[in-house]
Design a protein around this ligand. Structure first.
Ligand SMILES: [Ca+2]
Ligand SMILES: [Ca+2]
Ligand SMILES: [Ca+2]
Length: 392
C-alpha cells in the first residue's frame, strides 16, 4: 500500500507533495429614615476566595474562569481571586475553561459555606498530563491505520485494525474526545470519518465524489477543514463538525491543499499552485483574501503548520537543499526539508484602492529534515517503527 495521503499526479516541473464583575456588597449603605440614623446594619453577605493550583507537564495554556452564580472572574492556572458580596449560606463555585488534557482533583462545582462578614475558601487542584497523540502508521503491515499513544510513546494502540479500510491523517477534536480522520476502502473513493477517542462509533462525515482527505478540526471545535481531490485537482473545503454545510472555500489553483488552522481559528494556511509555483498561502477562515507568504519559485512548498502562538509557519520545502529534478522533472522528494518562517503584517492596497493588512513571511529558517513539520509539537511526533512509516 502506498502512503495514505493521496497526492495529485506529478506533472513536469510542478510536483505537488502533498468583567471583573464584583457584586457590590449589599447592606453597606446606612439606612436613612428621615435623617434618623439607625446604626450600622448587620452584614448578610461574605466573600469567597477561589484559588487554583495546577501541575503537570502540559498545563492549561490560558488559565480558567471561576464563577459563582452569574459572577465570573478570570483566574490564572496558579492564583486566586476573591468574590465579594456573596449571600451567606451555601455557594456553588465552578471552574471552567480547563484544557482537555487536565483533570480536577476536587468536585466541580465546589460547594462552600459563606458566613456573613467572613471569607470562605474554594481551592481547586488541577492535574495536566500531556495530551495523547494520534498518528497514522503502517507499522503492523501494509495497511495504514490510526494509532494513539501517550506523548512519551507509551501505550500505543491501533484504533482502526479493520483490514478492509485504510485509515490515516487523524486529528483530535479540541476537547480530546473525538478523532477525525480519512478512510478509504480501496475502491478509489474515500471520505472523512469521525470516531470516539477510543476508536468506537466510526461515522462518515462526507460522501462527495472524489477523495476527501487531511481533515483538520478548528480550534473551537465547531468546523472541520479538509481537501477534496477529484478529477486531477484538489480544493479546500469547509464543513460544520457534524458534517453539515459542506462547501468549497478555496479553489483558485489546480491544487489547493494541506489547509491548517491558525491557533486563534481566524486564518487558514494552505499550499497552492495558483501562481504557477507551489507556495504557502494564508487566508481568512472562510477562504477569503488569500495571500502568498512564500514566493520562491521551484521549491514546491507544502504542508504548512502554525506555531502555537500563531507567529510562525513551518512547512515542507526543497529550498536550500540542493534539490535535483528527476527524469520527469519532479523534484526529488528525499531532499525535502522542513523550514519555518515568521509571519509579518504589511499594509497593501486592494484592487479597489482600499488599504488592508495582509500577511507575508520572512526569515525562513530550517528546522529539520523530518517527514512532517510540526513546530513545538514535532519532537513528540517523530516516532520510528521498524519496517513501517508513521506520519500525521
Ligand atoms: Ca483554559
Ligand atoms: Ca483499517
Ligand atoms: Ca468521497
Amino acid at each position: 500500500m502506498g502512503a495514505p495521503i493521496l497526492r495529485p499526479p506529478h506533472r513536469a516541473g510542478q510536483c505537488a507533495f502533498p468583567g471583573l464583575v464584583l457584586a457590590l456588597a449589599a447592606g453597606t449603605l446606612a439606612a436613612c429614615n428621615g435623617g434618623e440614623t439607625t446604626g450600622p446594619p448587620q452584614p448578610t453577605r461574605g466573600s469567597v476566595e477561589v484559588s487554583t493550583s495546577t501541575n503537570g507537564p502540559s498545563v492549561d495554556p490560558d488559565g480558567y474562569t471561576a464563577s459563582i452564580g452569574s459572577d465570573t472572574e478570570t483566574i490564572p492556572t496558579n492564583g486566586s481571586v476573591t468574590f465579594t458580596g456573596v449571600p451567606e449560606g451555601s455557594a456553588s463555585v465552578e471552574l471552567e475553561g480547563i484544557a482537555f488534557n487536565c483533570d480536577l482533583d476536587v468536585d466541580n462545582p465546589l460547594s462552600v459555606t459563606v458566613t456573613a462578614g467572613e471569607t470562605a475558601n474554594a481551592a481547586f487542584s488541577v492535574s495536566c498530563p500531556k495530551p495523547r497523540i494520534a498518528f497514522g502508521s503502517n507499522r503492523q503491515g501494509d495497511q495504514f491505520d490510526v494509532y494513539v499513544m501517550n506523548s512519551d510513546g507509551t501505550e500505543v494502540g491501533n484504533l482502526t485494525p479493520d483490514n478492509l479500510t485504510t485509515d490515516a491523517v487523524p486529528d483530535f477534536s479540541p476537547d480530546g474526545r473525538r478523532i477525525v480522520f480519512q478512510r478509504s476502502t480501496g475502491t478509489g473513493d474515500g471520505g472523512v470519518f469521525v470516531m470516539d477517542e477510543d476508536g468506537s462509533d466510526a461515522t462518515p462525515l462526507t460522501s462527495l465524489d472524489g477523495i476527501e482527505q487531511v481533515p483538520r478540526w478548528s480550534p473551537d471545535g465547531s468546523l472541520i477543514v479538509f481537501e477534496l481531490f477529484d478529477d486531477g485537482v484538489s480544493h479546500v473545503w469547509l464543513m460544520n463538525a457534524d458534517g453539515s454545510d459542506q462547501r468549497v472555500i478555496i479553489d483558485d489553483g489546480d491544487h489547493d491543499f494541506a489547509a491548517t488552522w491558525s491557533p486563534d481559528g481566524t486564518r487558514i494556511a494552505f499550499a497552492s499552485d495558483r501562481d504557477g509555483e507551489q507556495n504557502i498561502y494564508v487566508a481568512n477562515a472562510d477562504g477569503s483574501e488569500p495571500t502568498s507568504v512564500t514566493t520562491l519559485p521551484g521549491h514546491a512548498d507544502s504542508r504548512p503548520d502554525w506555531s502555537p502562538d500563531g507567529t510562525k509557519i513551518a512547512f515542507s520545502s526543497f529550498r536550500d537543499a540542493g534539490a535535483r529534478r528527476d527524469s520527469e522533472g519532479c523534484l526529488e522528494s528525499h531532499r525535502r526539508r522542513y523550514v519555518a518562517l515568521t509571519l509579518i503584517e504589511r499594509q497593501e492596497h486592494d484592487v479597489a484602492g482600499r488599504l488592508r493588512s495582509v500577511q507575508s513571511g520572512r526569515d525562513v529558517e530550517e528546522v529539520g529534515a523530518a517527514q512532517v513539520p510540526r513546530l513545538e509539537r514535532s519532537s513528540e511526533l517523530r516516532t520510528e517503527a521498524p519496517g513501517g512509516k508513521d506520519e500525521r
